[in-house]
Design a protein around this ligand. Structure first.
Ligand code: HEM
Length: 170
């Protein structure tokens, strides 16, 4: 479980979320371009493959987030926000999985159908909502943030800058 959380000052969830959000963003852009007829066949292929990449990288991303979520005291405002974040991300994942399953025929035909576009955009709105809530966890509550403003650069970038609060207390 500790491995999944990453290191103090270098948590694992945030960099993985960048890959996941990037893949789904590419999928959404490709779906729109395909519907607009921009190299329709190529963009339909890219749309579906980006969805699959997104779904695959969601697995380690969600596991790392889950490992962090387990550390939060249940019932606190932070926990409630994190649980909303979890729910939005899992719902988005289900929508993207349905889109990829139902949209396989569009991938084979090389053309994104209207239903596939709508599902992709619905998934993306859920993802953006989850991202907003995830941002609150870090930038409002300061989860996993050390804020060691005096930390020498060499220690700040090293794998073991300082134990996080809960680790120091453990
Ligand atoms: C598609 C899956 C997910 C994505 C794209 C995602 C995205 C994000 C983003 C963007 C942040 C803010 C970090 C930053 O701005 O650098 C965040 C934070 C967080 N997420 Fe997620 N999340 C996902 C799944 C989950 C799941 C399933 C859980 C819990 C079971 C979770 C728990 C957390 C927690 C605890 C934080 C705050 C601390 C940290 O960065 O680890 N996430 N997430």
């Amino acid at each position: 479980m500790k491995l999944l959380r990453g290191l103090a000052g270098h948590p694992l969830h945030p960099p993985l979320t960048d890959v996941t959000l990037g893949a789904y963003t590419l999928a959404a852009v490709m779906a729109v371009l395909s519907r607009l007829g921009v190299t329709e066949h190529n963009t339909a292929t890219a749309w579906w493959l980006a969805l699959i990449v997104g779904l695959v990288v969601t697995i380690p991303t969600a596991l790392a987030g889950f490992a962090d979520w387990l550390q939060i005291e249940a019932g606190t405002p932070l926990w409630r926000t994190a649980t909303f974040h979890l729910s939005a991300m899992l719902t988005a994942t289900v929508v993207f999985a349905i889109t990829a399953g139902a949209g396989h025929a569009d991938y084979v035909d090389g053309s994104v159908g209207g239903g596939s576009l709508v599902l992709t955009l619905v998934g993306y709105v859920l993802l953006a909502t989850g991202g907003w809530l995830g941002g609150a966890l870090v930038f409002t509550y300061g989860m996993r943030v050390l804020n060691l403003v005096e930390e020498p650069a060499s220690r700040a970038v090293s794998p073991l800058p300082k134990p996080e609060k809960e680790e120091a207390e453990a």
